[in-house]
Design a protein around this ligand. Structure first.
Ligand SMILES: [Zn+2]
Length: 320
């Protein structure tokens, strides 16, 4: 089974691998039972569980090395979180862990009677390469309800994901995709036409022409590049997008710097063109400045907004 799955991942290159290994051998409750069990059976269970953990973590590693994503889910108290193969993934750049209580995703198990369903807390930890996924899953119990204690047959019930958790995972996947395509488009829009064939150093040089202060821009996958802003590449003349009036150059420079500083810190990360090839549906978009004076000639209040220009499938143009 492992080999078939491995081949599948190699061939299909899924955007996400979601791992939820069986937790019996790593569960603390189960650990209490081990002394009462057949030692050979215990040894086999532990061996199988470790093999499974090695297997899923090797898939995660593959996903990370190819700029794709994984999500790993296991009970918060499970000893597997301290296993070396999990710790190795956890230490990798861009990987985070959050806790979510499954009562917040509507996990129920049978109550005293067969018809009665009660919420079960099942504290769970999620590890993922995507902060957008983790943001969705980080939900601690709000204490607005009582909990069913998970034991015996109820544990088996709790092994199924409640529908709300499935929806949350889908939202995490959606948010990750949206953030990444936005990042790629903005990144590409920063590289002027005809200069997209240059290396990462060239990107640095291109971005190196926009201001008058030292800034750091985060690189995709970690690290950052340093930019010393310089005013050489500001234009001589700037006009209002709507009225055509000539705008005060120093004020426009400030507005452009302000917009770029914000984007450098909060909107995008940079990567070289080779890296962009890894994103199959990456699209190159142009961008341009929309400048205007919201005040008047005596009391100018100029604004600069960087917009990405995209041509839709129907040929119409859209800016955002
Ligand atoms: Zn709760």
């Amino acid at each position: 089974m492992y080999e078939a799955l491995c081949d599948y991942v190699k061939e299909k290159k899924p955007s996400w691998v979601i791992g939820s290994p069986p937790c019996t051998a790593f569960s603390r409750l189960q650990g209490l039972n081990f002394p009462k069990m057949d030692p050979a059976k215990v040894a086999r269970m532990i061996k199988e569980a470790k093999m499974h953990l090695h297997f899923v973590t090797s898939l995660y590693q593959r996903q990370l090395s190819q700029n794709r994503h994984f999500l790993h889910e296991h009970p918060a108290g499970a000893r597997s979180w301290h296993h070396p193969s999990i710790l190795a993934i956890r230490q990798m750049e861009g990987v985070g862990v959050v806790r979510g209580d499954q009562c917040m995703f509507g996990l129920t198990t049978k109550g005293a009677s067969a018809d009665e369903k009660r919420l079960a807390k099942k504290p769970t930890k999620f590890m993922s390469s995507s902060p957008h996924m983790l943001k969705q899953l980080e939900k601690k119990c709000d204490r607005s309800h009582s909990h069913q204690i998970l034991e015996g047959a109820r544990c088996a019930d709790a092994a199924f994901y409640p529908l709300q958790l499935v929806r949350t995972l889908l939202r995490g996947i959606r948010d990750t995709k949206a953030a990444e395509s936005k990042k790629i488009q903005l990144m590409k829009s920063l590289i002027p036409d005809g200069e997209v064939d240059e290396s990462e150093d060239r990107v640095l040089a291109v971005a190196d022409t926009t201001g008058a202060a030292r800034v750091h821009v985060t690189k995709v996958g970690g690290g950052h590049i340093q930019l010393d802003w310089d005013e050489r590449n500001f234009k001589e003349l700037y006009r209002d997008e709507y009225t055509g009036e000539i705008l005060p150059r120093h004020l426009i420079q400030e507005a452009i710097k302000e917009e770029l500083s914000y984007s450098n810190a909060h909107v995008w990360e940079v990567m070289d063109k080779e890296g962009l090839k890894k994103f199959k549906d990456a699209k190159l978009v142009r961008c341009r400045w929309v400048l205007c004076n919201k005040g008047d000639a005596q009391n100018p209040d100029v604004g600069a907004r960087l917009v990405a220009c995209e041509v839709n499938h129907d040929g119409s143009k859209e800016e955002s």
